[in-house]
Design a protein around this ligand. Sequence first.
Ligand code: ADP
Ligand code: ASP
Ligand code: MG
Length: 412
Amino acid sequence: MPILVMKFGGTSVATLDRIRRAAKRVGREVANGYDVIVIVSAMAGKTNELVGWVEETSPFFDAREYDAVVSSGEQVTAGLMALTLQEMDIPARSWQGWQVPLRTNSAHAAARIEDIPPENIKAKFAEGMKVAVVAGFQGISPEGRTTTLGRGGSDTTAVAFAAAFGAERCDIYTDVDGVYTTDPRITSKARKLDRIAFEEMLELASLGAKVLQTRSVELAMRYKVRLRVLSSFEEGGEDAGTLVCDEEEIMESNVVAGVAYSRDEAKMTLTHVEDRPGIAAAIFGPLADAGVNVDMIVQNISEEGHTDMTFSCPVDQVKRAERAMSEARETGEVGFKDLVADTEVAKVSVVGIGMRSHAGVAAQMFKALRDENINIKVITTSEIKISVLIDRKYMELAVQALHDTFGLDRAA
Ligand code: ADP
Ligand code: ASP
Ligand code: MG
C-alpha cells in the first residue's frame, strides 16, 4: 500500500469536533487506498499553557523536565484521534515518540531527529492496521528521556516520517489554506502561493513565518519529500494548498517571494567592550552555552581600544543572556560597562531567490520604510534575504509597506 503522511496542527485538533472532522479526511485517504500516518499537535493553546506552567515553576528550568511537561499535549490528541478513528471502524492505534521510537539527540527543547526505524509501524500495517497516529513534537534521547523538537516541531515529525517511510506525500493541514506572500493575519492583501521553492520557504520559516517549522523544510529539501500545506477547514481538489518544491518546478515568480516577521525580538548592546582578539568568542561562547539563540550581530567601530557589541535574540531569552554575561564578567572572561536591553523590537525580512539576479531590492526596501518614517536599528543580508530590526510598534506597518512596494498582491 502507498503511504501518506497527514499532519494536523493545533487549531485542527482544538476540539473533539475538529478531531472528528480531521479523522474524516483521514478516512477518505484510507478509502483512496492509502496506509496513513497521522501526526498530531497538541490542542490549540495547550503547549503555550504547559510552557507557562514550567516557566512559572522554574525560571531557569531543567530542559529535561520542560520536555516531560510540554510533550504531554500531543499524547492526549494522539489517543483521542486513534479513538475517533476506531469509532469510525478504521483500524488505528496511537504511538508516543518513545514507542516508535523516534530517536533524537539530547538537545532538550530543541532536539534533532536522528532515526525513525519504520519496522514497528510497518508490521502493524501488514497486520491490517490502516492508520498509525503518532504524537508529533516528541522523541526519545539516547539517555532514554523524552525530548521535544522545538516549537512548531510537529511539522518536522511529519516530514521525517514521510522520509523514513517513503511516503507519497506529506500533507500539512493547518488553519490557513497554504503558504501566503506574508502572514494573512497582518494584511488582507496577502496572496496564496500555489508553489514556493524550498529555499524560499526555508528562509521565510527561519525568519518567523510560523506556517512550517524551519527544520521540516530542511528535511523535505534533503529527502525530496513532496510537501504540501493546506487547510483543514476548507475542501480543495488535488491541487489545493501550496506545494513546497524545487525551484525548477516553478515557472514564474516575483523577485521577492514573501515578507516574514518575528515579533518577539530583543536587541542587546554590550557597551565599552575591550576590542581585542578573542572578544567575540568570549561573548558568544557563554551565550551559546546558556542556550541563547543569537541572531544578528553588529560590532561598532572601536575607539581607544573599546567598542560596543550589539546582538539580537528572542525576547524570552534576555534573562538568560543577562545572567550569562554577568557571570562572564565576574570570571573575568569579558569586560564591559553595561548590557542594555531593548525588548521592544521586531524583525521584518523580505525573501526571494530572484534577489540573486536583481540589484536594488535593499534600496527599495529601505525607501519603503523611510516613507513610513520607520527607523531601522540593525540590518543583515544574505543572498536571498534582507532583514531589519525595527521598533515593534511599527511591525505591521512595515510588513504592509514592504508587501505593497514589492507588489506581492499580484502574481509575476
Ligand atoms: P498549526 O497549529 O497548524 O501548526 P501554526 O499556527 O503553527 O499552525 O501556523 C499557521 C499560521 O502561520 C497561520 O495561522 C498564519 O497566521 C501564520 N503564518 C505566518 N506567515 C505565514 C505565511 N507566509 N503563510 C501562511 N501562514 C503564515
Ligand atoms: N504543540 C507544539 C507547539 O505548539 C508542536 C506543534 O504544534 O507543532 O509548538
Ligand atoms: Mg505549527
